[in-house]
Design a protein around this ligand. Structure first.
Ligand SMILES: NC(=O)c1ccc[n+]([C@@H]2O[C@H](COP(=O)([O-])OP(=O)(O)OC[C@H]3O[C@@H](n4cnc5c(N)ncnc54)[C@H](O)[C@@H]3O)[C@@H](O)[C@H]2O)c1
Length: 312
């Protein structure tokens, strides 16, 4: 298959590119390198340094004749979306619309979209949350990801473009960059290696911190590989199904890093932080035959290994 991976120089996208190439597909990457890095990019992929909103995307579609689009490029920071909802909407809504329009125009068969689990459904209902849980979309980022899902449904019903939405939990692993308040694992790692303490944002009633569902990036890219042929016109959670507190992640990371113990400092409550989050992955098992293979301890060990190799 000939596949366009948007955001293929980013953390998750670059692993998807590697797996698609390994499976024998032809891969083209479009990335504006706003958060992605060229060093992540597999040299066997063709590369366009381009914004997904650009009118020049039309030429790329015309030249390349894609069978499938895998859309990872996004404004992915919740705090940044709160700060600047306009930019978030431009990238996450106008960006996907441009790609969907071109997909229909140039006869693309299928569109895989990376959405989000926790941020969409909030923490009010059942945990782990199934795909059918009510969407609360309480932040601009969640609103625009949900809009992307709805546009896919619309394009499938009216233009026959097939899709799979993969709603990720908290993805971690090699190549993840800690930016601002995003990516607790790379932020903790950087601090541990610099001998600095890290902040724990926690509600007073939950001193161990909020809980999240952590899934290793190679498991996520394998789900994207399976979605090439399976899971048409549906939404599928990709996570571990398990709740882990922020303090527990910190303890496991300290062990994996083999660094001297530095206690977390209490950073106070962060308005809007979800208290609890985990995704029900029954549907991924049934439809994709997917379940995570790498547990948190093993995934953190791989992440530490990558981090050390970059520092040396
Ligand atoms: N990391 C997670 O835990 C997580 C969880 C849920 C969903 N997601 C989603 O997964 C996808 C990948 O996230 P990631 O963590 O790998 O982030 P990332 O920032 O590492 O990757 C995003 C890539 O998209 C590129 N990009 C951003 N805006 C662009 C634009 N306008 N035009 C072209 N390229 C652009 C960036 O340069 C980067 O290479 C995103 O859609 C994100 O919302 C991530």
């Amino acid at each position: 298959m000939k596949i366009l991976v948007t955001g293929g120089a980013g953390f998750i996208g670059s692993h998807i590119v590697d797996d698609y190439l390994m499976a024998g597909h032809q891969v083209v990457v479009v990335d504006n390198l706003s958060t992605g890095r060229l060093e992540n990019l597999n040299p066997a992929a063709s590369f366009y340094l381009l914004d997904i909103r650009s009118p020049e995307m039309k030429k790329v579609f015309e030249l390349e004749n894609f069978d499938l689009i895998n859309h990872q490029a996004a404004q992915k920071s919740v705090p940044a979306s709160v700060e600047n909802p306009f930019l978030d909407a431009e990238i996450n809504i106008l960006g996907i619309l441009n790609l969907l329009n071109l997909s229909v125009q140039y006869g693309v068969e299928k569109f895989i979209f990376s959405s989000t689990g926790g941020a969409l459904v909030g923490d009010a209902g059942k945990i782990p949350a199934p795909e059918k849980a009510e969407v609360t979309a309480a932040t601009p980022y969640a609103i625009t990801k949900h809009a992307g899902e709805r546009y896919l449904d619309f394009f499938a019903r009216t233009r026959g473009l097939k899709f799979t939405v993969l709603r990720y939990a908290n993805v971690y692993g090699p190549r993840q960059a800690g930016e601002g308040e995003c990516g607790v694992i790379p932020i903790f790692l950087e601090n541990l290696f610099k001998g600095r303490s890290s902040l724990l944002y926690a509600y007073k009633e939950d001193p161990e911190g909020c809980t999240r569902d952590y899934v290793y990036v190679k498991d996520v890219s394998r789900a994207n590989l399976l979605a090439l042929d399976l899971g048409d016109n549906t939404i599928i959670n990709i996570g571990s199904g398990l709740e882990v507190s922020t303090s527990q992640v910190y303890r496991l990371l300290q062990e994996a890093a083999g660094k001297k113990k530095i206690p977390l400092k209490y950073g106070g409550e962060r308005a809007g932080d979800l208290r609890r989050s985990a995704l029900d992955i029954t549907k991924a098992k049934e439809i994709l035959g997917w379940e995570p293979k790498v547990d948190l301890e093993a995934g953190l060990a791989q992440t530490v290994k990558y981090y050390k190799s970059r520092k040396s």
